[in-house]
Ligand binder design. Structure first.
Ligand SMILES: [Ca+2]
Ligand SMILES: [Ca+2]
Length: 581
């Protein structure tokens, strides 16, 4: 609405009647920043202006009321090693919160307590309460909004932790990995490989207090807040110039990438190197930066991504390539380099013996059936009298440890799906040559599997089925191929190779199940890498997705069998598992 307000004021004398209605709406318009409020007032989380305090009792522990603002008393405190002492008044985690078992490529699954560690993926939470419990379990609490903002603005009270001027490369935002020279909003012009990053990945994304990633990467919950009262912006926010500000609060919309960090009141009496006298803090004038006039809810996006734009301008879905895992990919390849690179020996034999062209689409399905017959995967054709361990539409995964289970051979589809229609039946099937069932939510997928006496696959089952008996990085081997499974690079406009999509574009699209005959392994599961993401049941109440999809920017990373996505991709499918008979 600021856009209209500015226009109104400017053109008032020329267009008085037309502007009156806007003026009325302007009056009711809520504040967004303290600079929208008069004098000593602040913009409260509900979007109204008001005094922060009229006496010390209105302020939190270790703060006092000076000129209607709560300011740190600055008596000096001691903080744990993983935290930073701020103005002698409170401690704040140096890094965004992460799970105890998080790594650079996984958020982990251990929900026991929040950690403050560098180099690991932050903990994305589904609620403010979950964040607060995780902090409490670590003997901390969520930061109050005021603590968070003070720690973000730093000793120089800047708009962003690193300064007053937005820089797309300092912190992790949508413009950070641009395909052209980075500048604010370059994403609009040329696209960017924006993605979540491990904590502390951006060396300069801090202030002199040494608190990292306050701007960008993930939004951060604050004490007493909710999904709309969060701070700092994230990796996928369209207008990072505004949304990364230390004083920006969404208020009217709920972002997707919600994390947190913890604070504590510390032990009093300690030394605090970053200590500043409270009086100095109180007299620092509020930095007034005119907000971008763009209405947050009216952001225009390029056509190709408009469908995944959330209200508020952060982008969810598969347009979020996670190129960071490429670093780990190199490492993991080293680890696995002494394993045999098992590249579908049986497929090669079939090619040699029969001279069949695998990439001839007309013959693909026929070839697939031949392969299945030769491999003896058709459970119904086992010896007479033997009860097959798995139904016909599933394959048996049998590990050396003796652990056995059945998993759908194909991605789940509606039982009435065809090669050109997804169908609508609530009954799931595991069939070849039909469009998979997507998008689907966790409960629907779970219910669908249970309706046919199966269940949603557990992560360990899904991983074993994907990585095959030789534990390869992808179902088909250790080296990424742009053409073996259905990913963003599979239908490139130039010679396919990893990441050809950014270079020359591609007609990426969902394909019927089993269209890619080599996208399998010895167990016989198809499309477990790519095509549509597959929901797995972690039992933690979150939606976890595996295997990547047809439209993931960095398929090399996201198609990996060990990649676990909890952001909300668009092509959400599933497949079912089952205990052996
Ligand atoms: Ca952050
Ligand atoms: Ca898949």
């Amino acid at each position: 609405m600021k856009l209209w307000r500015g226009k109104c004021c400017k053109d008032l004398w020329l267009f008085l009647p037309a502007c009156l209605c806007f003026l009325f709406s302007c009056v009711k318009e809520k504040c967004r920043f303290n600079s929208d409020c008069p004098n000593d007032m602040v913009c409260k989380p509900d979007g109204t202006c008001g005094y922060e305090c009229t006496g010390d009792s209105d302020c939190q522990e270790n703060f006092r009321c000076v000129g209607h603002r709560c300011v740190p008393k600055g008596q000096g405190i001691r903080c744990p090693e993983d935290m930073v002492a701020i103005q002698g008044s409170f401690c704040i985690d140096r890094y965004e919160a992460s799970r105890p078992d998080a790594t650079a490529t996984s958020q982990g699954t251990d929900n026991s307590k929040a950690m403050s560690r560098p180099g690991v993926l932050p903990w994305l939470v589904s609620s403010n309460a979950e964040a607060q419990s995780a902090c409490e379990a670590a003997g901390k609490r969520l930061c109050t909004p005021q603590e968070w903002e003070i720690a973000c603005k730093g000793p120089k009270n800047t708009v962003y932790a690193y300064g007053d001027t937005y820089d797309p490369k300092v912190c992790n935002g949508i413009d950070t990995f641009c395909r052209c020279d980075p500048y604010p909003h370059c994403y609009d012009d040329c696209g960017a490989d924006f993605h979540l990053a491990p904590t502390g990945s951006f060396e300069d994304c801090k202030n002199d207090w040494g608190v990292y990633d306050m701007n960008g990467n993930v939004w951060e919950h604050v004490l007493g807040g909710d999904g709309r009262n969060v701070r700092g912006g994230a990796y996928n926010c369209h207008d990072s110039v505004t949304l990364h500000r230390c004083d920006y609060v969404p208020r009217t919309w709920t972002p997707s990438a919600l994390g947190f960090r913890c604070c504590s009141s510390g032990e009093t009496g300690g030394a605090d190197e970053a200590f500043e006298r409270a009086e100095d803090v109180a007299t620092i004038s509020e930095h007034v930066v005119e907000a971008d006039a763009m209405q947050i809810t009216d952001i225009e996006m390029p056509d190709e991504v408009s469908e995944v734009v959330e209200q508020g301008g952060c982008i969810g879905g598969d347009e979020t390539p996670d190129t960071w895992s490429s670093f780990d990919l190199a490492h993991e390849r080293d680890v696995w380099s002494d394993l045999d690179s098992r590249m579908d020996i049986s497929d090669a034999q079939i090619k040699d013996d029969r001279g069949i062209e695998f990439f001839d689409k007309e013959e693909q399905f026929e070839v697939l059936e031949i392969i299945e017959e030769e491999r003896g995967w058709d459970n119904a054709k086992l010896d007479d009298g033997v009860i097959p361990p798995c139904p016909d539409d599933m394959v048996l995964v049998q590990l050396q440890t003796g652990w056995r289970f059945c998993i759908d051979r194909f991605e789940a589809s509606h039982s009435d799906a065809t090669g050109t229609s997804k169908g609508s039946s609530p009954i799931p099937a595991s069939r070849q040559g039909v469009l998979p069932w997507y998008p689907v939510d966790f409960q629907t997928a779970k219910t669908a599997c249970e309706s046919v006496s199966k269940r949603l696959c557990r992560p360990e089952e899904w991983f074993e089925a994907c990585s095959g008996p030789d534990h390869t990085v992808y179902s088909y081997g250790n080296n990424y191929s742009a053409t073996i499974c259905n990913g963003i690079d599979a239908f490139c406009h130039c010679d396919p190779y990893p990441h050809c999509y950014p270079v020359c574009g591609a007609d990426f699209h969902v394909v019927p199940t089993g269209t890619f005959p080599d996208c399998t392994n010895e167990w016989g599961v198809y499309d477990i890498n790519g095509n549509v993401w597959e929901l797995v049941d972690y039992g933690d109440g979150l939606e976890h997705f595996r295997g990547g999809a047809y439209n993931c920017g960095d398929s090399e990373a996201l198609h990996r069998c060990d990649y676990d996505a909890t952001w909300n991709p668009s092509a959400k499918g599933f497949r079912c598992c089952k205990d052996v008979n």
